[in-house]
Design a binder for this molecule. Structure first.
Ligand code: FCB
Length: 455
């Protein structure tokens, strides 16, 4: 008898989607009254983006959105996760509302619904209005108030039709890459900015949740964190300690306050002992309660794991401990490690009381382009997705309340500091002509979401 191959079936209620973000695809940065964002400014600075590119054209999605919605439809997915560009809606960050910006998202949402695709909105995927940065950005508490104001405006306009709400995308990236490493906009390298921005991002999340809820009713509301399951490189005590610290820095600093545990004690102790910052007055009474406002789901973005060694720390601070990848890598230099998504999901489920989890991003950068026949045979992406989804299926079987999966990304796009060289799309974008072509992985994904069984 031939052994039966396991069948990885997902229930009908499981949400399948694809994801993008505004700055990475829209282009049209100066159209219809959009104000500049911190990413426009950052791209203009020297040595920020490896290929010296910017978001001015990107995938020209602002003009090609109908064609893009048809593409999404052709994948047969249930849902589309996209983000709203705050500076389109409020060019100054607060105050004046730009109706033409809102109109764009209004048409997008209707276009999705006409095609029977659920719109999932991320309110903040890093494109802060520059006008707010000029007043301190996320380091300043004032930005929290403006975020709430902006949230209200968006919810009032789209709240009757959007299926799911995500306040923030990856506050770790916004605070650490943006304010500590300087790799992302606004390009700061400052301890105080790192911790104050992380706090204000989380606080703005917690304060936004009841505002969204009041306007949109019982639609699911959550936040998306990028989490990295990590292991010590050796059994040594030093590596174990470094691993604990990495976990605190990367994962627990964001997870713990969301569920009412405040900031991790071990991290606070370290920061205090090292005089990391001397002014903690940005944390006001009541803030931690606000951050812990209950949410309906946790969004997780997973790309790879971390292997932690105590002697691998950054030069400037001994804070962020470097991740050493081994084995097979994607074009980002990230290790392909499907077991990590299982380890992460089961760990989050064991340690935290979230009742629903979505993978809001998972995917791989591979440059594979069209062959002589115009086919894009991106087998490695297909296998990356397949292996990660098998691990997701196993996590569900192990009791993790995983309710959906969004592949990153619908199409190749502006990969932040890496520019256009890193291609994460299921759809290939020829940036010369803006022609979109479904890659083989897209055909595979369509088969998966149609049958609900991993092919
Ligand atoms: C995540 C971002 C997303 C994309 C992927 C590759 O950190 O949320 O915009 O760049 O990485």
């Amino acid at each position: 008898m031939t052994p039966k191959t396991p069948s990885y079936l997902f229930p009908k209620s499981f949400t399948w989607g694809v994801a993008t973000s505004s700055f990475q695809i829209e282009g049209a940065t100066q159209e219809d009254g959009r104000g500049p964002s911190i990413w426009d400014t950052f791209c203009q600075q020297e040595n920020t983006i490896v290929d010296h590119s910017n978001g001015d054209l990107a995938c020209d999605h602002y003009h090609r959105w109908q064609e893009d919605l048809d593409l999404i439809k052709s994948l047969n997915v249930d849902a589309y996760r996209f983000s709203i560009a705050w500076p389109r809606v409020m060019p100054q960050g607060g105050g004046e509302i730009e109706q033409r910006g809102l109109d764009f998202y209004d048409r997008l949402v209707d276009g999705l619904l006409e095609r029977n695709i659920d719109p999932w909105v991320t309110l903040y995927h890093w494109d802060l209005p520059q006008a707010l940065q000029d007043r301190g950005g996320w380091v300043s508490r004032e930005t929290v108030d403006h975020f709430i104001e902006y949230t209200r405006v968006v919810c009032e306009r789209l709240g009757d039709r959007v299926a799911g709400w995500i306040t923030h995308n990856e506050p770790w990236c916004a605070s650490v890459l943006g304010h500590l490493n300087g790799d992302h906009a606004p390009g700061l390298k400052d301890h105080y900015a790192h911790l104050a921005s992380s706090h204000h991002l989380l606080l703005s999340h917690g304060l936004a949740v009841p505002v969204i809820r009041e306007i949109v009713g019982d639609k699911p509301i959550g936040i998306t964190l990028n989490l990295v399951p990590s292991v010590p490189a050796s059994p040594s005590e030093a590596d174990a300690e470094a691993n604990e610290r990495f976990d605190g820095f990367f994962n627990r600093w964001y997870l713990d306050p969301l569920v009412g545990r405040g900031y991790p004690e071990d991290m606070l102790k370290r920061y205090r002992e090292e005089n990391y910052i001397d002014d903690w007055s940005f944390i006001h009474e009541g803030d931690l309660e606000a951050i812990a406002e209950p949410i309906d789901f946790l969004g997780i973005n997973y790309y790879s794991r971390g292997i932690i060694r105590s002697d691998k720390v950054t030069e400037t601070d001994n804070e962020p401990i470097e991740v050493i990848a081994i084995g097979e890598h994607t074009d980002m230099g990230w290790e392909v490690y499907p077991q990590g998504i299982y380890d992460l999901l089961t760990r989050v489920n064991a340690d935290y009381p979230f009742t629903s989890i979505y993978i809001t991003e998972n995917g791989a950068a591979y440059a594979t382009g069209p062959d002589e026949d115009g086919q894009i045979k991106d087998h490695r992406r297909e296998s990356y997705l397949r292996e990660h989804l098998i691990a997701c299926h196993k996590a569900r079987t192990a009791g993790v309340p995983l309710d959906g999966y969004f592949a990153w990304s619908l199409m190749d796009n502006f990969e932040w500091a890496f520019g256009y060289g890193k291609r994460f799309g299921l759809v290939y974008v020829d940036y010369e002509t803006q022609k979109r072509t479904l890659k083989q992985s897209a055909q595979w994904y369509r088969e998966l979401v149609t049958s609900r069984v991993i092919p």
